[in-house]
Ligand binder design. Sequence first.
Ligand SMILES: C[S@@+](CC[C@H](N)C(=O)[O-])C[C@H]1O[C@@H](n2cnc3c(N)ncnc32)[C@H](O)[C@@H]1O
Length: 401
Amino acid sequence: MKLADFEQLLTDPGQELLGRLAGGYDEAAALSVAAKLRTQYPPDLVATALTQTRLRDRGLRKFGPRAQRMYFTAAGYEQATRTSVAELRADRFARAGARRIADLCCGIGGDALAFAEAGVEVLAVDRDPLTCAVLRANARTFGLADLIEVRCADVETVSLDGCDAVFLDPARRTERGRTFDPEAYSPSWSFALSLADRVPAVGFKVAPGLPHNLIPAGAQAEWVSDSGDVKEAGIYFGNLVGAGVGTSAADRHPARQATLLPGPHRLAASDVPDPSPGPVRRYLYEADGAVIRAHLLGELAEQITAHTIDPTIAYLTSDQLTATPFAAAYEITDVLPFNVKRLRAVVAERGYGILTVKKRGADIDPALLRKQLRPSGPNSAVLIVTRVAGAHTALLAQEAG
Ligand SMILES: C[S@@+](CC[C@H](N)C(=O)[O-])C[C@H]1O[C@@H](n2cnc3c(N)ncnc32)[C@H](O)[C@@H]1O
């Protein structure tokens, strides 16, 4: 989409057309709908409005019903922070007392809108003119234009005067696709680090796989998952450290946190050692990905009195069933050596027609294995293929709790 096309969308005919398309995009009928609309509106406008409607429909997943009123570019949608995570972050900045945040690399405004909705003024900076126009439209749509100043500039040259907080969400895609090298982010990791010397409250978003040795001393790293999927890691400095919701007085400044949404449920690092391995017990716990990425398995094991089943595998096991938001629990019915023929016989004998296959530390394709086991019958089970004390093992289980 070009800037001129987007501007057309904001005119009266563009708004009328978007209104007519609102409430669902039927891919099967797209061609005939487009052909009919082209007799009433300019063809370019029809194409832009159809694309926007398609993005709004996709946006439901990240932004809920408000997506139907938002504006997107395709790349801006992909890179935007979902509402749940943006609200969590905005809350942290608001609790830290931020009054004017420089949202560097603001994109279409996933974070900027949440900051403004938390009552904080925003200087939103992006170097792409179309992206800036889209954020301006989003700010107007939600009545936040007075709180969000959008500036089209390179964040490396922008003045931070008047801002008491900075949030940076660098682009992690290069022309060759996604990059895992923080120095190749735009702007680079070095630039991100330099911000902490300039402003009292600084936070930036990074990929969840960021190596822990890159986390600067004194900063707080937070891994966030939503409905079981790890979405991002955030690195916070200055008075943003410990300003997260649900951070108890006892663990005010943990270097690492895992935060699970909805909730939020927070688990904080307390320097307990990694859990040691032991025999498989009655229950198996599968920790949320944010807990694993944050290296907090030891903290979780301590909370639920559990140990691991292998030094290299992030499953925990215990004789007790403890309710926890940080892990899914399974009651183990069988511990078997991994053998497809044997498993097929057990699956048939027990009538497991609904079979969920999980793996960790095992070189198998869960979908293929499921097919090989030919599940049929009225009963359900979970099959976990993993390593126990170094040996390939199949654990048959039922969901617990
Ligand atoms: C990951 S997106 C930001 C998403 C945003 N936080 C949201 O929730 O919508 C990164 C943005 O950084 C912008 N960008 C990358 N390098 C930049 C630079 N040096 N100066 C300004 N903007 C930049 C890109 O145009 C892109 O819109």
